[in-house]
Design a protein around this ligand. Structure first.
Ligand code: ADP
Ligand code: TPW
Ligand code: MG
Length: 576
């Protein structure tokens, strides 16, 4: 500790928070200043921590969440009280929903005044508000409890099912002085913050028996599998068993998308036909049609398919959440897959060739069709011709992070752009939330130093667009590609009254590239795949903050992208 704010015998809350974080190997803070956080951030920076200062707390929070997913350590976000806290809360709730470890630490007003509702500066009972939206919430009232507060927050964020944690620090705690010897003893280095959870041998055997009897087995990898960092064990299990697999969106790249056992190009076929499905860190939520209905080969939309499920999850209450799970395997994915690998020895016996053959046939057909579509170069650039360029760019730069949000801009990117490395795809996650773009991009670049490519719908980009200043300020290697189709889903909607623009339309031909130029970055407009390719190559070679305004046929998208069926209006039409 080197700053002049302390004397020899005592330290204070500011330093204790920093020391507690450092002691637990946390070296990066995502934040937005204001009382009492400004001084805290200054001291943290002076003490050698990396502090990334944002323009809106939601994006600082999203950055912390993404850092948590990428590193497996809780990402840390600091905000001021009431409004700053609330701005960060969406990110905290989203992190919890996605099972990403993060800690939101907010300054707060004085308890005595808040509890009597006497109208303090930015008064709010933040702890009570945060509680239902995160895994755990704590408040520290005495500086000597900071060590315990940070330790509990870290453990809560990363142990078991990871998630968001809130830590409330009333302003006066920062200024409290504590004798140095007391302070030192009060700090806790968390030992084994995310302990292994070894699944029971009989649970392993149950799963193996089920797989042995399967004629049409399928593995589904979710973002929990990506988060677990058990890449080699997972790959070995998949290759030893020969079972076809489907990656969920953020599990893409856990095994390269061009792996021979990848079944993504035959997704609807394998989901409808499989008899035994092993879920690895993936929930049977809306993204998997709740495990039933037509997607799963059931006759009607509410019926059950013929599948039997094996589910590996660290959360013991996840099994049976939507449909019966025949073989629940509670444990961390590394331990569970490790135990399965041991139990099956050199393999399970061959997956029936009828099954793998039928999948291969469909894959070939669909991949050929996709290749034809991608090869087309229509006079007005569309999602396919633009994303074909991004596809080749990622192929040539497999370590690059791909951040992705939007509706069509999301769905087309997910299916067109192959991923080759684990945890490189960061997207809208379980909620399908807009606004993660720039926060996730900043985190990926700041934490890993790798190139980031952010493929953004023009609406999606708008939610966090002001953070281009942050990107320029820290000179981060981020290339944003705005898929500019003049609106939400499409730019062609009409307001039948004609007295204002339609609700999904934006200003035509907006110059998003100029937003990047405003802060000293590179802005480019790309009207065709050649221009897009050139701009992407230059961005990656220079590592300069770049925004490519990719002009996309405004009629090319569909309402809500691939989830049109969730629209009440569409549902009404269907039942009418
Ligand atoms: P996706 O959206 O990709 O299908 P989900 O977010 O629905 O994935 O599911 C992730 C699941 O992974 C959660 O149920 C979570 O409890 C689980 N999980 C997270 N980390 C681990 C881990 N280390 N070991 C086992 N399960 C994990
Ligand atoms: C926090 C609802 C889902 S997708 C989307 C919105 C507003 C934008 C789609 O337009 P975009 O993509 O990005 O231009 P494209 O390619 O189809 O034109 N608020 C939040 N989250 C969500 N999901 C919405 C609103 C939504
Ligand atoms: Mg759009």
């Amino acid at each position: 500790m080197t700053t002049e704010t302390q004397d020899r015998e005592t330290t204070d809350g500011f330093h204790l928070v920093i020391d507690a974080l450092k002691l637990n190997d946390i070296d990066t803070i995502f934040a937005l200043p204001g009382i009492p956080i400004t001084d805290f951030l200054r001291i943290a920076q002076a003490d050698g921590m990396k502090v990334i200062s944002f323009r809106h707390e939601q994006h600082a929070g999203n950055a912390a969440a993404a850092a948590g997913f990428i590193t497996g350590k809780p990402g840390i976000c600091f905000t001021v009280s009431a409004p700053g806290f609330l701005n960060g809360l969406t990110a905290l709730a989203n992190a919890t929903t996605n099972c990403f470890p993060m800690i939101l630490i907010s300054g707060s007003s004085e308890r005595e005044v808040v509890d009597l509702q006497q109208g303090d500066y930015e008064e709010m009972d933040q702890l009570a508000i945060a509680k239902p939206l995160c895994k755990a919430a704590f408040r520290v009232l005495h500086a000597e409890d900071i060590g315990v507060g940070i330790a509990r927050a870290i453990r809560a964020a990363v142990s078991g099912r990871p998630g968001g944690v809130y830590l409330d620090l009333p302003a006066k705690v920062f200024a409290q002085s504590v004798a140095k010897d007391v302070a030192e003893r009060s700090l806790i280095k968390v030992v084994d913050p995310a302990p292994k959870q070894i699944p029971a041998p009989e649970a392993i055997q149950r799963a193996v028996d089920l797989l042995k009897g399967a004629k049409k087995p399928l593995i589904i990898l979710g973002k929990g599998a990506a988060y677990a960092q058990a890449d080699a064990e997972i790959r070995s299990f998949i290759e030893k068993t020969g079972i076809p697999y489907l990656p969920m969106s953020m599990a893409k790249g856990l095994l390269p998308d061009n792996h021979p056992q990848a079944a993504s190009a035959a997704r609807s076929y394998v989901l409808a036909e499989a008899d035994v499905v092993m879920l690895v860190g993936a929930r049977l939520n809306w993204l998997l049609s709740h495990g039933k209905g037509k997607t799963w080969g059931a006759g009607d939309s509410k019926g059950w398919g013929k599948q039997q499920f094996i589910q590996i999850d660290i959360s013991p209450t996840e099994a049976d959440s939507n449909v019966a799970v025949a073989a629940p395997l509670v444990g961390d994915i590394g331990s569970a897959i490790g135990a399965l690998n041991q139990a099956i020895g050199s393999g399970l016996g061959k997956v029936p060739a009828e099954w793998t053959g039928a999948i291969a046939e469909r894959k070939d057909k669909n991949l050929t069709k996709m290749a034809e579509t991608l090869a087309k170069n229509p006079p007005v650039m569309n999602f396919h011709s633009a994303l074909n360029v991004v596809r080749e760019t990622v192929k040539a730069n497999p370590k690059a992070y791909l951040v992705n949000e939007g509706a069509n801009a999301l769905d087309f990117t997910r299916s067109i752009v192959d991923m080759y490395e684990p945890r490189r795809r960061l997207d809208v996650g379980t909620w399908g939330i807009m606004g993660i773009g720039m926060g996730f991009a900043v985190a990926a670049a700041a934490v890993t130093g790798e190139q980031v490519i952010a493929v953004e719908g023009d609406s999606a980009f708008g939610f966090s667009g002001m953070e281009v200043e942050t990107i320029c300020r820290y000179n981060l290697p981020i290339c944003i590609v705005v898929m500019n189709n003049n609106g939400i889903y499409k730019g062609t909607d009409v307001n039948p009254r004609g007295d204002a623009m339609a609700v999904t339309q934006f200003v035509k031909n907006a110059r998003y590239d100029m937003m990047m130029e405003a802060f000293g970055g590179v802005g480019v407009t790309a009207k065709n795949p050649e221009e897009l390719d050139k701009a992407l190559k230059e961005a990656i070679a220079s590592r300069k903050p770049t925004l490519i305004n990719a002009l996309i046929d405004e009629s090319a998208g569909t309402e809500s992208g691939r989830i049109t069926s969730l629209n009440p209006a569409a549902a009404k039409k269907k039942t009418a």
